[in-house]
Design a protein around this ligand. Structure first.
Ligand SMILES: *[C@@H]1O[C@H](CO)[C@@H](O)[C@H](O)[C@H]1NC(C)=O
Ligand SMILES: *[C@@H]1O[C@H](CO)[C@@H](O)[C@H](O)[C@H]1NC(C)=O
Ligand SMILES: *[C@@H]1O[C@H](CO)[C@@H](O)[C@H](O)[C@H]1NC(C)=O
Length: 503
């Protein structure tokens, strides 16, 4: 039986509510004084203890929350805000328990627009905590960007980058360098990232290799839908600051070994076309739809630079503009393009393209001048912008030369250039369409170890294919067979290189 709600109960309820209301007013007034009337506690009536002490000793969600409520009532009183502060408080409590964070630690939260994590740090007892974000949000967040953290070298014991901040950074390497710079030697930095694949894990380790060691990795559930899954990674800065970890991936003879996680990626790629297509101009073109791009399989966030190398670029529109810029999934990263094209016909337009470096040479296996035939290619109707306008191919002793123009052009050691230009921390996509020279260039990339610097290759392999124009006839332009091409693709994949059959 439910007791009937009598009058005394009702009165008691009203009284309790009135009292609570009064208490809230007092707390808000108090909070107002300590936050807006200045962090230094000079206003007489409400100053019982210093504000930072107050924030530190307050129980979860009480005075500190109210303090923020005075600054921006809507946001700070919301359920989301309170949830977030609770979540970060428990994260920081765990880090304190693990010895990565101490109450005395001078702490910084980066890319924190509202300072939820800063408040949580203060709540778990880390009094000396501040946040930075593009736009200041006093009293918790100062104005400052991660590209240039507005603090001196070696300022902090602890740096926190929550909410996928590192992933969202356009230049993660600069971000990492700034975090490392502002950390004290042996200081800790904790990151919350979305990525959980092995590729991104390895990139993360490489990205921090210059300064820090990875000391803890934890998977946890997030507190809202923007990041349902969170991987927390904690790194520790080396005692002597920067150490010069040499590139351990390549040994003295320049060879490199492809790590196991790359082999795993290759297994997830689209299958190779094993049988020679009877209508390659259809089959290979259609195959483009099956391609499983690397950025559609893994998170590429933790890379130093993002580069696209187009070997045999021809006109800007032929693949840089029409395919790479438009269709390649880039996870919002800005790629720099290297266009390697020896044919002068195409050079002029590159002068006005932003973010593109033209190398007006032929990719070759050593530095030397080459005699090339400019084949105006009247026999084969090739589709696509800029195609069929003029192709360059190595002048082969007798066959292949059918009266086209001959020109001397500089060739350069492509593998050597690649090794000097990119590092293993860069994300490198390569397209290669070099009219048969792939059978020289690819082995050279292996021999020198440069192959390990490339994350993904789109390779057009040239063989004596069936021709559209003339049924039953193979192209006389190339000597290699489809099997030889297939072998080239297979050996690349067996070595852990993610290569796609390109058209
Ligand atoms: C701060 O650190 C950076 C890199 O870590 C270094 O280049 C710079 O010289 C340092 N500045 C001072 C004032 O020590
Ligand atoms: C790229 O940025 C847009 C807008 O900022 C965002 O909606 C989208 O989710 C981002 N995509 C990736 C893969 O990060
Ligand atoms: C090729 O030439 C370039 C540019 O002059 C030079 O930097 C590079 O070292 C040369 N490579 C070799 C292997 O000689």
């Amino acid at each position: 039986m439910e007791p009937a709600a009598g009058n005394p109960g009702f009165l008691r309820n009203v009284l309790v509510r009135l009292l609570l209301f009064g208490l809230i007013i007092v707390i808000i007034r108090f909070a107002y004084v300590i936050t807006l009337a200045g962090e230094s506690c000079t206003v007489g009536d409400f100053c019982f203890f210093s504000p930072s002490l107050n924030l530190a000793i307050a129980g979860p969600g009480s005075a500190a929350l109210a303090a923020s409520a005075a600054a921006a009532p809507d946001r700070y009183a919301s359920k989301d805000w309170i949830n977030a502060v609770r979540f970060y408080s428990s994260v920081f409590n765990d880090l304190v328990a693990g010895g990565y964070l101490s109450p005395a630690a001078k702490s910084l939260c980066v890319e924190t627009p509202t300072g939820r994590d800063v408040l949580a740090l203060r709540e778990v007892g880390v009094a000396d905590a501040v946040g930075i974000s593009k736009k200041a949000s006093p009293p918790l967040v100062k104005s400052g960007e991660t590209r240039r953290i507005p603090f001196a070298n070696g300022t902090f014991d602890f740096v926190f980058a929550g909410d996928g901040a590192l992933e969202k950074a356009p230049r993660p390497a600069e971000f990492a360098a700034e975090v490392s710079r502002t950390l004290k030697p042996e200081g800790f930095a904790a990151f919350h990232v979305k990525a959980k694949d092995t590729y991104s894990y390895n990139s993360f380790v490489d990205l921090f290799n210059f300064c820090c060691d990875l000391v803890k990795i934890t998977d946890m559930e997030g507190f809202d839908s923007s990041m349902p899954h969170i991987r927390e990674i904690v790194v520790k800065k080396d005692r002597f600051g920067i150490d010069s970890n040499s590139d351990s991936n390549s040994n003295s003879n320049g060879k490199c070994s492809v790590p196991g996680y790359k082999l795993e990626l290759v297994r997830n790629a689209e299958a190779l076309i094993e049988e020679e297509p009877l209508k390659p101009w259809i089959t290979l073109k259609r195959n483009v739809k099956n391609v499983r791009y690397l950025p559609s399989m893994v998170d590429i966030s933790f890379k130093s630079r993002y580069l696209y190398v187009d070997v045999g670029a021809r006109s800007y529109g032929s693949s840089i503009g029409s395919w790479f810029r438009k269709q390649y999934p880039k996870q919002n990263k800005t790629f720099h393009v290297y266009a390697i094209e020896a044919d002068k016909t195409f050079h002029q337009e590159y002068g006005v393209k932003k973010g593109v470096t033209l190398l007006p040479y032929a990719a070759w296996v050593r530095n030397e001048s080459l005699v090339f035939e400019i084949n105006r290619d009247p026999g084969e109707k090739v589709q696509g912008k800029g195609r069929g306008m003029g192709r360059i191919q190595p002048l082969q002793s007798s066959n292949g030369f059918d009266g086209g123009e001959v020109e001397k052009i500089p060739g350069f050691d492509f593998a050597d250039w690649l090794k000097k230009t990119v590092s293993k921390n860069d994300f490198v996509v390569m397209k290669m369409d070099v009219e048969g020279t792939e059978f020289d260039l690819i082995p050279r990339l292996f021999e020198t170890g440069a192959i390990c610097l490339v994350d993904e290759i789109f390779l057009e392999c040239h063989y004596n294919r069936w021709q559209r124009c003339c049924p039953g006839q193979r192209s006389p332009k190339y000597e290699k067979t489809y099997d030889q091409c297939l072998q080239l693709f297979t050996s690349l994949r067996q070595s852990g290189v993610l290569v796609h059959q390109w058209w």
